[in-house]
Design a protein around this ligand. Structure first.
Ligand code: ADP
Ligand code: ZN
Length: 216
């Protein structure tokens, strides 16, 4: 199954992608996680992306498209994949279509996760993640252990720099301008499925499985 998870920052795309990865045994491909790992390791990609990420802007399309092209060629994508955080602009979506059409492996579904706008800022402000494995926590709804060590891998749990309030506003504005048009783009292709993301993680997971039924 080849899936895209769509939705503004902070709607739980990463959490849902990880669950789907387990269920369907296909990899979660999070461009945000890949970029943050590159940043942490100081690779050329990380250096190139740094200033964009810190300002809450999109990393240029060509950089991201190349990254995805390479990633999708890996063996673990043979049976499908879950794209989380990509595409994020119309040019990225068009490039993805071209890539997948060449291989005769089009997308099955684009799952659009909806959360009321005013709830998103709180979620982002309270989000904390593991520096090592990217597992995420929420100070209110899913608090990290007091020692701020990840229960999965022992990594340090921290607040992303771009989860501070000024940058959050930028990211939401960028979403509205660049990414929201993808809703229409994919609904025109009849592969858009919308779920209510303002629920417990397990319930959102169940709704996603429900909308995916019959397409895999
Ligand atoms: P969130 O889903 O919380 O907004 P991500 O981890 O997906 O955050 O992305 C963090 C940052 O990485 C973005 O603000 C952007 O700078 C960069 N980024 C991630 N994916 C893309 C993409 N597909 N295109 C351009 N920039 C991206
Ligand atoms: Zn961890």
């Amino acid at each position: 199954m080849r899936l895209v998870l769509l939705g503004p920052p902070g709607v739980g795309k990463g959490t849902q992608a990880k669950q789907l990865e387990k269920k369907y045994r296909i990899p979660q491909i999070s461009t945000g996680d890949i970029l943050r790992a590159s940043l942490r390791d100081g690779t050329p990609l990380g250096l190139r992306a740094k200033s964009y990420i810190e300002k809450g802007k999109l990393v240029p399309d060509d950089v991201i498209i190349n990254l995805i092209r390479e990633r999708l060629q890996k063996n673990d994508c043979k049976n499908g994949f879950i794209l989380d955080g990509f595409p994020r602009s119309i040019p990225q979506a068009e490039a993805l279509d071209i890539m997948l059409n060449e291989l005769n492996t089009p997308l099955h579904s684009v799952v659009n996760i909806e959360v009321p706008g005013e709830k998103i800022i709180n979620r982002l402000k309270n989000r904390r993640i593991c520096r090592k494995c990217a597992k995420d926590f929420n100070l209110i709804t899913n608090p990290p252990p007091a020692d701020m060590k990840c229960p999965e891998c022992g990594g340090e749990i921290f607040q992303r720099n771009d989860d501070k309030e000024v940058t959050i506003q930028n990211r939401l504005a960028v979403y509205d301008k660049e990414t929201a048009p993808l809703i229409e783009y994919y609904s025109g292709k009849k592969i858009l499925r919308t779920v209510n993301g303002y629920n417990k993680h397990e319930e959102v997971h169940d709704s996603i499985i429900m909308v995916l039924e019959g397409v895999h």
